[in-house]
Design a protein around this ligand. Structure first.
Ligand code: NDP
Ligand code: 2IT
Length: 446
């Protein structure tokens, strides 16, 4: 078996050199899915995984725009259309200086499995730019978004490819992108998700990823006869996913001890309650400040510069910032401090070494493609509402989100249950794979 996996990875690596994040995502899937394929006559010999790792289409384009000093800036834009076997391409846009082909391909690849797990008809895609929104004025961000969409619009559409937000792309950016698409196409359609409520957005979409990850963790805990009440929770990030993960943990009776950004983390021993969290939301979403500004209002909290929150003792860890933010040494610290559960809000935040540690120590560990699927799931619900030209209530969307997260948890159990342990990585990868593979087989070699 090891030989088959090695051969497969060598072939993929040959064609995708210098793409470490993409190879990391492919390796994790290959190690869990190939042993399953080999046992199933319908999949074996069909080169399905080899087809899945090859994007259906990759678009890369120049984004030239003019900053407030009237200087010309040039960025690179991308859209990876990875797989459309079960629905139109669907996935977010990331604006961050680190964005490159490898990172977007890993995200687009993960998105295939995640979208399949949601049970909704969405294929996998991802895009973005190496543009850095930090320190830019609103008008600069608007001009960049308009230039970006002036190329992207010809590749997307409500039945073709439906982008949304990710790191650096929130409601402000989605607004500017939507405005430019509408102007260019002279059409009001659901071509993006994460839209504002008054112009086709869905209630609960801003909350969905964060709430969803906590609903998923709740399911994992319930499966062990436990719950959130009284649990100490460490969260990284302080953006969209982290904020609403924190809100839901607080609502369920857990204590949120930390939040972070790329400058370091804040540790509030007394717990970050709803009032303190509202202050963080104001700081981050309106004032776009660094997380340590929190200490001005809450001086009893501490700030640890250039450090990660995994050194704080906790029962549950929820990484919600970025890929590979939780490494093997961090996993060792968490385990040493008796952390029992890790649920990923971010995409691929745990390094392969960290995941090994979690599995070895039988930590309840949920990979992002299962536990953060709530965001894209509610994007799918936004698309459904746009097609119906109708809006569901908060309660309706939240109930659907809860039930989707419960179904994903069940799929992970169906395919990932081992003796005395649930291997959520294996469960999520195989469950996500089966639906897409069946659709690809039915549609022939295309
Ligand atoms: P935001 O831009 O709202 O927030 C990102 C947060 O992560 C910020 O606190 C940011 O800090 C921090 N961060 C980003 N990059 C780095 C880095 N290289 N090092 C340290 N900290 C970093 O993004 P989201 O909350 O939307 O996304 C967070 C994660 O969740 C990402 O992995 C994303 O792919 C994933 N995700 C998002 C979904 C969504 O619907 N938005 C859905 C599913 C997954 P700083 O401001 O200092 O950069
Ligand atoms: O990683 C993700 O799932 C997202 N950024 C959300 C994608 C979406 O289309 O809502």
């Amino acid at each position: 078996m090891d030989k088959i996996i090695k051969q497969f990875l060598a072939e993929v690596n040959q064609r995708n050199q210098n793409e470490p994040e993409f190879m990391q995502a492919v390796t994790e899937v290959a190690e869990t899915v190939i042993p399953y394929i080999v046992k199933k006559d319908i999949y074996y010999g069909q080169n399905i995984l080899l087809r899945m790792v090859e994007p259906e289409r990759v678009v890369s384009f120049r984004v030239a725009w003019i900053n407030d000093k009237e200087e010309i800036e040039v960025n690179r834009g991308y859209r990876i259309e990875m797989n459309s076997a079960i629905g139109p391409y669907k996935g977010g846009l990331r604006f961050h200086p680190s964005v490159n082909l490898s990172i977007l391909k890993f995200l687009a690849f993960e998105q295939i499995f995640k979208n399949s797990l949601t049970t909704l008809p969405m294929g996998g895609g991802k895009g973005g730019s190496d543009f850095d929104p930090k320190g830019k004025t609103d008008t600069e961000v608007m001009r960049f978004c308009q230039s970006f969409m002036t190329e992207l619009f010809r590749h997307i559409g409500p039945n073709r490819d439906i982008p949304a937000g990710d790191i650096g792309v929130g409601s402000r950016e989605i607004g500017y992108l939507f405005g430019q698409y509408k102007r260019l196409k002279n059409e009001f359609t659901g071509v993006l998700t994460g839209k504002g409520i008054s112009w086709g957005g869905s209630l609960i979409r801003p909350e969905a990823t964060g709430y969803g990850v906590v609903y998923f963790i709740q399911k994992m805990l319930e499966h062990q006869g436990e719950g959130f009440k009284g649990k100490k929770v460490v969260i990284s990030g302080s953006g969209n996913v982290a904020q609403y993960a924190a809100e839901k943990v607080i609502q369920l009776g857990g204590t949120v001890l930390t939040l972070s950004d790329s400058s370091g983390y804040i540790y509030d021993k007394a717990g970050i309650d709803q009032e303190k969290l509202s202050h963080i939301m104001e700081l981050k979403n309106k004032r776009r400040a660094r997380v340590n500004v929190y200490l001005k209002k809450y001086p009893k909290a501490e700030f640890f510069q250039n450090s990660k929150p995994w050194e704080v003792a906790c029962d549950i860890a929820i990484p919600c910032a970025t890929q590979n933010e939780l490494e093997e040494k961090d996993a060792d610290l968490l385990i040493k401090n008796n952390c029992r559960c890790v649920g990923e809000g971010a995409n691929m935040p745990s390094s392969p070494g960290a995941i090994n540690r979690f599995t070895m120590h039988k930590i309840l560990y949920a990979p992002g493609k299962a536990s953060n699927a709530g965001g894209v799931a509610v994007s799918g619900l936004e698309m459904a509402q746009n097609s119906l030209r109708y809006n569901w209530t908060r309660e309706e969307v939240d109930d659907k989100l809860k039930s989707i997260m419960g179904d994903i948890h069940q799929s992970c159990l169906d395919y990932g249950k081992e003796k005395n342990y649930v291997n959520y990585v294996k469960g999520a990868n195989i469950a996500g794979f089966v639906k897409v593979a069946d659709a690809m087989l039915a549609q022939g070699v295309v």
